[in-house]
Design a protein around this ligand. Structure first.
Ligand SMILES: NC(=O)C1=CN([C@@H]2O[C@H](COP(=O)(O)OP(=O)(O)OC[C@H]3O[C@@H](n4cnc5c(N)ncnc54)[C@H](O)[C@@H]3O)[C@@H](O)[C@H]2O)C=CC1
Ligand SMILES: O=C(O)[C@@H]1CCC=N1
Length: 269
């Protein structure tokens, strides 16, 4: 990361995902003066960070991170063309957009990493999967892992094709969990709880269960069994949630497949 602080980080697109990562890097100690943001519509938060905003770019930044929508690539990438010299590592977090798209834009010698982070990066609890093109050497992959590792866990993929499934599980996944919190709270309200207490119970339950699932030696199936008293309340609920036709497994399988299919479609922009 000292190389990034010294040579600079260029962030193309600083919306929800770019800002989530940037918040994590700044909290981790990356100086705002080492960051160049290109974004035609920067948020008030981005404008208040004291970074270089829509300013001339450094000649030889350590990393250019691309965080614009896949559909915006054609408009956005030309701003970076002068940097495709081989010394700068390009990292894209865009869903769907293949490595080949960046090789086309910046030349086949350009090292490019495709990464899929998620928004808990904003509080250092993201997870990012990474895969590089053939030009990415071990030192550059280590640099990409250090950058994304500063805002959470990292995993390396064996093939680029795995990225669609990653996007559907952990890239989009926080939205599924937020929806679980919303709907668990609403179900509590339907059972007679005040809105605020139902939301507090749902938030703390998901946060606590998530932390326990990360830290416990037991697997999630055993942790579930540990909550489930024979003939008790949990068993009654799980009979609904684990129904083979209408329960969580069938629903999540369909939801994740829909997200992965959409990721494959986005390969075409
Ligand atoms: N939001 C999420 O949870 C995740 C998003 N991603 C990926 O991150 C990328 C960005 O997504 P979000 O941050 O959610 O979208 P967003 O719409 O919040 O941010 C995109 C930003 O790009 C800027 N922009 C538009 N045209 C531009 C241009 N020509 N040059 C520079 N900046 C430009 C916009 O002003 C905006 O601030 C997408 O490719 C998405 O697939 C990946 C993982 C998770
Ligand atoms: O919804 C999307 O397309 C992006 C990619 C993963 C999360 N958000």
């Amino acid at each position: 990361m000292s190389d990034v602080a010294a040579r600079g980080l260029v962030l193309l697109g600083c919306g929800k995902m770019g800002s989530a990562m940037l918040a994590g890097w700044l909290a981790d100690g990356l100086p705002a003066t080492s960051v160049w943001v290109i974004d035609p519509h920067p948020s008030d938060w981005v404008q208040a960070q004291g970074l270089h905003l829509n300013a001339p770019l450094p000649a030889d930044p350590a990393i250019v991170l691309i965080a614009v929508k896949p559909q915006m690539m054609g408009d956005a990438l030309p701003a970076l063309r002068a940097l495709g010299t081989g010394a700068t590592l390009f990292i894209s977090v865009a869903a769907g957009t293949p490595l080949a798209r960046f090789e086309e834009a910046f030349g086949p010698r350009t090292p490019v990493v495709r990464a899929m982070p998620n928004t808990p990066a904003a509080i250092g609890q993201g997870i990012t999967a990474l895969v590089g093109n053939s030009r990415v050497g071990p030192d550059q992959m280590a640099l990409a892992q250090a950058l994304l590792g500063a805002v959470g866990q990292t995993v390396l993929l064996e093939t680029e094709a795995q990225m669609d499934a990653v996007t559907a599980v952990s890239g989009s996944g926080p939205a599924y969990v937020f929806h679980l919190i919303e709907t668990l709270a609403a179900a509590g309200t339907a059972q007679g709880l005040p809105d605020a207490i139902a939301l507090q119970l749902a938030q703390a339950t998901v946060a606590g269960a998530g932390a326990l699932a990360q830290q416990a030696d037991e697997n999630p199936a055993q942790l579930r069994v540990n909550v489930t008293s024979p003939g008790g309340t949990t068993q009654a609920a799980l009979a609904v949630l684990m129904d083979p036709d209408t329960g969580f497994p069938a629903l999540l399988t369909r939801a994740v497949a829909a997200a992965a299919d959409r990721s494959r479609e986005l390969a075409n922009g």
